[in-house]
Design a binder for this molecule. Sequence first.
Ligand code: FE2
Ligand code: FE2
Length: 131
Amino acid sequence: MAGVIEIDKQHKELVNMFNRLNEAVKNNESRENIYRIIDEVITFTRIHFATEEQLMVQSGYPEIEAHREKHKDLIKEALHLKDKLDYVGEQMFTDWFNHWPFARVLAHIQYADQQVEDHITQSGGVAYSGA
Ligand SMILES: [Fe+2]
Ligand SMILES: [Fe+2]
């Protein structure tokens, strides 16, 4: 199912980016570098959410508004990543990041996004260009 494959692909990329961010912090890379990765994470997350929301519209997913709200909350949280890093420092950041934002996104993928994927599959897919 084209839409489901695209969502899965983007989820993998998102998790890769989170791991890269963790690595950069653990390896004490420059703050400039880490900020750049955070910016990339936010940019890609926005792209991913837009893709998912488009697929929800195209497949007539009924819970779209509630799901959109969850995306908005996750973006809001992502916009605080730099402040959090400055506030807690590198030592504590990874632990906090894994227990909160990363875990929350994984839970979102596992539950909320899975429902969208099930809906797309059950409704026979979407006319998706893959663009
Ligand atoms: Fe997602
Ligand atoms: Fe989602």
